[in-house]
Design a protein around this ligand. Structure first.
Ligand code: PRT
Ligand code: ZN
Length: 216
């Protein structure tokens, strides 16, 4: 991590499902972020924090490299990217699950259904880990979006995708059959924070925990 004037560098999503709740959490922690979000970075006016706005997929790498000291990102992304960062705190927003789904008419009893099948997913690493653990051999097709259309166009017999309400699966004639990960936004940190950076992080964590407690 760089040693610039004791400011902690936080990476958050530039736009998307995590962005608003990430900004809201900072606000609830009493941290005022001055400039708009069209910029790459912004500074807190009343806390030693600098905020970088990035694609969520890039956040684990930036934190591993120490370009950012900490980040707010989905646990699903942290596990998929397999970067060397520490998960410090669950943040309580962007809750979802990573699940297998099949066409609604298909009979699925357990994971052995997947043996020899084609699986479409944007999470090949997490899916492969699951298959290995279950001793199942299957053919993973990585696709970056619209995973839920794969069974309908004959690309795969099963998909593994993020689910929150379940309505996307339903609208595509699919049913959720197996959950392999419960996810939510988490705070990750670089493994080599110096004492000063760790102290700022501790101060921030204390506030985050107070915000979470107030909501329960
Ligand atoms: O541009 P950038 O790369 O930063 O963003 P992105 O498009 O990759 O990610 P984004 O903003 O879509 O999601 C960011 C994070 O939000 C994810 O990594 C998850 O941690 C979290 N999250 C929570 C979700 C969902 N809920 C979710 N429902 N991410 C995606 N979905 C999608 C899902 O893939 C499916 O297409 O929503 C659909 C299912 O939703 P339901 O409600 O119909 O079940
Ligand atoms: Zn992304």
């Amino acid at each position: 991590p760089s040693e610039t004037d004791g400011k902690l560098k936080l990476a958050i999503q530039k736009s998307g499902r995590l962005h608003d709740d990430s900004m809201k959490l900072l606000k609830e922690c009493g941290i005022d972020i001055s400039n708009g979000v069209n910029k790459l970075k912004a500074e807190a006016s009343n806390f030693p924090l600098e905020v970088y706005f990035l694609r969520d997929d890039d956040i684990p790498q930036y934190v591993e490299d120490g370009v950012a000291d900490i980040g707010f990102v989905g646990e699903n992304v942290v596990l998929e990217k397999k970067k060397k960062v520490d998960i410090v705190e669950k943040l309580g927003f962007s809750k979802c699950r990573l699940s297998f789904a099949v066409s609604k008419g298909v009979h699925y009893e357990n994971a052995s259904f997947l043996e020899g099948k084609k699986i479409a997913t944007s999470y090949p690493v997490i899916v492969q880990d699951f298959l290995d653990k279950e001793g199942i051999k299957a053919d993973i097709h990585e696709i970056s979006g619209s995973v839920e259309i794969a069974p309908g166009i004959g690309l795969a017999e099963a998909i593994c995708d993020l689910v929150s309400s379940g309505s996307t699966l339903f609208m595509n004639g699919l049913k959720e059959v197996e959950t392999i990960l419960q996810s939510q936004a988490v705070l990750i940190k670089n493994k080599n924070l110096n004492l000063e950076q760790q102290q700022v992080l501790d101060k921030m964590l204390f506030r985050i925990q107070s915000v979470k407690k107030a909501k329960n």
